[in-house]
Design a protein around this ligand. Sequence first.
Ligand code: HEC
Length: 354
Amino acid sequence: MRFAKLALAGLLATSLAAFGISAIAQQPATSPAAEQPTPPADAQPAPTDTPTMAVPAPTTETVPAQSAVIAPAADASGGHGGEEAAGGEAHAAGGHDLLEPVGGWPHEGYFGTFDQNQLQRGFKVYSEVCSVCHGMKLLSFRNLGEQGGPFYDPRYPNPNDNPVVKQIAATFTNQIPTVDPDSGDMIASPAKTSDRILGPFANDIAARAGNGGALPPDLSVITKARHGGAGYIYSLLMGYTPPPAGLTVAPGQHYNAYMPGDTSASWAGDPRHKPPGGFLAMAWPLEYAEVTFDDGTASTQEQMAHDVSVFLAWAGDPKAVARKQMGAAVIPYLLLLSLLVFLSYKRLWRNVEH
Ligand code: HEC
């Protein structure tokens, strides 16, 4: 009797634990903006008052309004707010709400999925704009053609056979050092589908030398490495505004309201109202970007920023959707099994005093 009860309790505990684990595993994927602790009422900008929060037009008049409204929250989060904030805070380091693109983040949440067209557009932005400086060395070209990936095609279950993936690998800026079989010299050859998506620079020293001393980080897992994930990348890409009057920007640096950092040392105004955000060496990559999307979507800066952020979210966890779908199948199975075990326990022990 005791054994049966224990077994039943164990099974129930297992299914509850499985549910709990899957819930915890989903935690970082939930909408960063929606999950944030609500800032003080006066710090919450009404969308109508500050249209810049929805679509930040880089105009000088709107910036002081934005920073003034947001400043209390920024101060409260301290210097490197985003990077050092206590666990679970979805703040970007600017210490204020992240920007939310039209259409939001459909890949987030328990049943989130990626739109393959959007992933393809995002990859196009990465390959035509970002790959000039950033590599994604945890990703191989063949990953792009795997199930759930931007170029998955059911006709080619093996992504190495996928002609689109082959074509991308062969024409990417990525050049792989190889030994020339005739001369023995080192030569650069086009990548194969099995090769990693390396950056354009041979090493970090060359990358720094080409970027005024700053190292463009590898983007493979950047959405995992920053609070706010895709929302942070989008906000960073749309957060380039002219610096508010009173803020000195060092040569080679750029002001961004969402970059983790501290503007107080460069701020001549009231220290209680220092502008949110920080400085970074990357100029606004989308300022002059011209990408023609193959599906006819208009390539506005918002669209490019949105699509590339979604692509980077996929790249940071390419198996996320498969994992969620597996969870959605396993939980009902475990619950049903628990019910059956409970009913058989009731039946087996129905005539026994216990
Ligand atoms: C001209 C070169 C260049 C291009 C093009 C470029 N970046 Fe960067 N990026 C940099 C450099 C340099 C840094 C490091 C800046 C620093 O640390 O001050 C950087 C940093 C970043 C960061 C890290 C910010 C942080 O939180 O530390 C992200 C994210 C990023 N870039 C995304 C992108 C995306 C997405 C694109 C394409 C839309 C892109 N970059 C295009 C040079 C570039």
